[in-house]
Write a protein of this length. Structure first.
Length: 321
């Protein structure tokens, strides 16, 4: 073991509370948020002066990076206060998921003992046989396609948008304020975004969807495609994807996902150094679940499924209520 790794603090020292007051700002994250919104406003303002092949990659990257920023807000950045973080990051540039719904589901996802469980982990890519049996033929076809990276990028944004609309209808019909309030916030913020995009910048809704929201979501789904696997030991379920500078920044270093689950309170900009300190221990604990970048994932799984459709370690018939 290297001298560097022997002097590093043990893993999970950043597992819990963040050492800041609720209203004390994390300046790097605040500057990142300002940069993202400045880039978004600038690109949409000059939309008609730029060719589509410039707008598309920039728009997708801004939306993807903003999604990564929302993820950091769940974990207490730029503020520990969820109310402040909602005002700063809770603007759904990709349009489809309410911020507070994401906060709730992602918080649930971080109960590591339930990772990948089709019933208990809201972000699981696996299904149970009972869930599969209830799906229509079209639904099954789409889920099968989404087992490949290409299918996840092509169908994933539309699939999750439809799922979000169905959840919206169910929540609004429930009459439960707890479920309704996140959608009210979502409708207000999306309306304001579209006032700027359509009313001020004169960008058609279809153009915004095709050049910002949809491809930005597709980019975000690259990260989540291989970040978890089913495994008996919860520590071996999260990947280390040793990506290059571009993708690492797009995902705010959540490609080092085993580190993030070990220390979710660690600031995004501290993850690379922390990874270098603890790499040997991380890979030992996660069962060497290591991928040398997203191009390696694309080469292996662009058109070939990585995981089975059904969760391999939990008999579905024993968990259905």
């Amino acid at each position: 073991m290297s001298a560097q790794s022997t002097t590093a603090e043990p893993l999970r020292v950043n597992k819990g509370e963040i050492g800041r007051h609720a209203y004390q700002a994390d300046i790097p994250t605040l500057l990142l948020a300002a940069g993202i919104y400045a880039a978004f406003l600038t690109l949409t303002w000059f939309y008609h002066d730029l060719p589509w092949w410039v707008v598309l990659p920039l728009g997708a990257s801004i939306v993807c990076l903003h999604g990564s920023l929302q993820h950091e807000a769940v974990h207490g950045y730029p503020f520990k206060s969820r109310r402040l973080n909602r005002w700063i990051t809770g603007w759904s540039l990709w349009l489809w998921i309410p911020y507070d719904v994401y906060v709730a589901t992602h918080t649930r996802h971080h109960i590591d003992q339930d990772l990948t469980d089709p019933f208990l982990d809201p972000e699981s890519n696996y299904l149970t046989e009972a869930q599969w049996a209830r799906m229509s033929p079209l639904h099954r076809w789409v889920r099968q396609r989404m087992r490949t990276l290409a299918g996840r990028m092509l169908f994933g944004p539309g699939y999750y948008t439809v799922s979000s609309v169905r959840e919206c209808w169910k929540d609004l019909n429930s009459g439960d304020r707890y479920h309704i309030v996140p959608w009210v916030w979502h409708f207000v913020t999306v309306s304001l975004i579209l006032v700027w995009v359509v009313g001020v910048c004169d960008i058609p809704v279809w153009a915004y969807v095709l050049m910002f929201a949809y491809p930005g979501t597709s980019m975000a789904l690259i990260r989540s495609y291989a970040e978890h696997r089913a495994a008996p030991d919860e520590k071996t379920r999260s990947v280390i994807c040793d990506a290059g500078p571009f993708w690492s920044f797009m995902f705010l270093y959540n490609n080092l996902h085993a580190l993030h689950h070990a220390e979710p309170a660690l600031a995004w900009y501290r993850r690379p150094a922390r990874y270098r300190e603890t790499k040997e221990q991380l890979l030992r604990e996660n069962g060497q679940y290591y991928i040398p970048g997203y191009f390696a994932i694309a080469r292996a799984y662009l058109f070939r499924p990585k995981e089975p459709i059904f969760h391999p370690y939990k008999p579905p018939s024993e968990t259905i209520s």
